[in-house]
Design a protein. Sequence first.
Length: 425
Amino acid sequence: MNRNLAETRNPPTYRDVGRPMAPVVRSVSDHVRRPLIVHCHLRWDFGWRRPQQLFSRLAAQHPVLFVEDPVHEPVTQAVLRVTEPQPNVVRVVPVLPDSHPRDVDAQCASIVLLLRAALAGHPRMAGRFAGAAQWFCSPMSAPVYLGQFGTVGAVYDCMDELANVRFAPPDIAARERFLLGEAKLVFTGGLQRFDATSSLHHNVHCLGCGVDVTHYAQARAAATVVPPEIAALPGPVLGYFGMIDERIDYALLERLADAFPDGSIAMIGPFAKVDPESLPRRANLHWLGPRDDAQLPALVKGFDVCLMPFALHDATRFINPKKTLAYMAAGKPIVSTAVPDVLRRFVPIVEVAHDHDAFVDAAARAVHAPCVELLDKGVERAQRASWDTIVASMRDRLLEAFRPARTMALPGAFLGASARALGGE
């Protein structure tokens, strides 16, 4: 985790891929349009998840450089693949040779050199990200990347207890402590994570995920057609969408399949960190695989009950299931295991069961006698939690954390004039 990185004699290279370049947004000193350099372990094109929701909106005011974890390919030297997937969002995928060490710090050290050169000379990046704030979605790269690109400080968006997930790097907790010690601003996605983090940092804010209400409201529209793969299943259909990973209670799914022999359990989502061949098999338990976000409202329309069948262990102790609000916006009854954040935030709209028998009973009630009043309250709750609202709150805190010191000392009457002079109002 040495931050003194050696220079190389070989000039870094980059490769521009994809759509024509959007007009460069000039970097300005005014903090209200401060650029963001984002370090993210998730791919920009891997589903429309929290990072995409945040930065696609923040890009309206802030140039965003979205730097992903590297990929290894049979290339002779390291390169950057640079695209602009939407205006004011520059995506960078570092490509390292297959022979390059997999050590995180060694990889980051090579990428730093590439990024420095690109920030100085690439037509999509030169002069665009001066004075940026760094935004970390994971702490793994922070010890090497932090402060390397002329940045003014760091934000840590801490969505989960990453040290508890399956196959987590053994030093991730130490890297997180380092980042918490350096960051100016910390966000958490749930109350459990907020409680655990607020004692470690002076500027922590709990701002969970929002929901695209208009998108998921299609599940309530008469014109929306349920796809045949769901429409053809015997009802009732108990459905889930999301990652199929170590956080799912697979014994509970078997119990549900046995309890509803004439119905169907529909599991939609990609497999991660689990062997599909090891998953339970029942004639009425359907593993349907991943689907595009655009397809989800029509699929959910075919669910009689929406499931959150999470196992209760360290990997789920801090999760704030993002699908909860999507299910609510779709106007569906929801049954969940006793995930702490669900208990604290979404009861009674979500019925929480504390064991398998109670879950089966709750699902049966939701099938046969769904509470219309709670369904309406769920829609209202989702409407108050739009992504636009979440991002506006995050941006307020971002501007406050990175406000130039000279404006803090000015009387209130002069703040507006100062911002106007800088082009901020």
